[in-house]
Design a protein around this ligand. Structure first.
Ligand code: CUA
Length: 229
């Protein structure tokens, strides 16, 4: 999760988020190179006295400064498209989680396991534990197995919400009447926090998401305990 003064991206917990961070760094590097070059040129303009009264056109330089930026843009466009299609790929998921958004809480269903279902509400500030995170912890966490391909289906019961986990590189809109799909792979155990990221109304800030990533055998224990109840 993000803590104080963390202005960059969170550490990734999935291969796709790792790729997103690599792409971000790549694009940022190109951006810095362009900014430095243009900044240098603009700065040096203050100090030159060259005047050319008869300069009206320059075919060669115009050809260069049109084609060169186009080539630089391709270096961003191709990796971007590669990632876009990689994010869209569904790789034979072993668990499906259905996430339904309401004003203003999430509810979840494990359709593969006799439809285990529960609501997940934020813990209010006056009830939070000493080691809890304000506005971020929930009463019922999603438990998911690590090192497994997981599919999530997102929909909404009332208005548009968005199921977003930064560390996993997941952001899917929950839209009433639609069922959206994405998938991810958690490569380490831990707690992963997320928030709704569509402006869905007054309590938009108060419907966080918490994933508890656990080893597969632990997940099987958890799901079978919930099947009995
Ligand atoms: Cu739900 Cu914003």
């Amino acid at each position: 999760m993000s803590t104080w003064a963390n202005l960059g991206l969170q550490d990734s917990a999935s291969p796709l988020m790792e790729q997103l961070i690599f792409f971000h760094d790549h694009a940022l590097l190109i951006l810095v190179m362009i900014t430095v070059l243009v900044g240098y040129l603009m700065f040096m303009l203050f100090f030159n006295n060259y005047i050319n009264r008869f300069l009206l056109h320059g075919q060669l330089i115009e050809m260069i400064w049109t084609i060169l930026p186009a080539i630089i843009l391709l270096f961003i466009a191709f990796p971007s498209l590669r990632l876009l299609y990689l994010l869209d790929e569904i790789n034979e998921p072993s668990v499906t989680l259905k996430s339904i958004s309401h004003q203003w809480y999430w509810s979840y269903e494990y359709s593969d396991f006799n439809n285990v279902e529960f609501d997940s509400y934020m813990i209010p500030t006056n009830e939070i534990a000493n080691d809890g995170f304000r506005l971020l912890d929930v009463d019922n966490r999603i438990v998911l197995p690590m090192n497994s391909q997981i599919r999530i289906l997102v929909t909404a019961a009332d208005v548009i919400h968005s199921w977003t986990i930064p560390a996993l590189g997941v952001k899917v809109d929950g839209t009433p009447g639609r069922l959206n799909q994405t998938n991810f792979f958690i490569n380490r155990p831990g707690l992963f926090y997320g928030q709704c990221s569509k402006i869905c109304g007054a309590n938009h800030s108060f419907m966080p998401i918490v994933i508890e990533s656990v080893p597969v055998n632990y997940f099987i224990k958890w799901i079978s305990n919930n099947l009995n109840s």
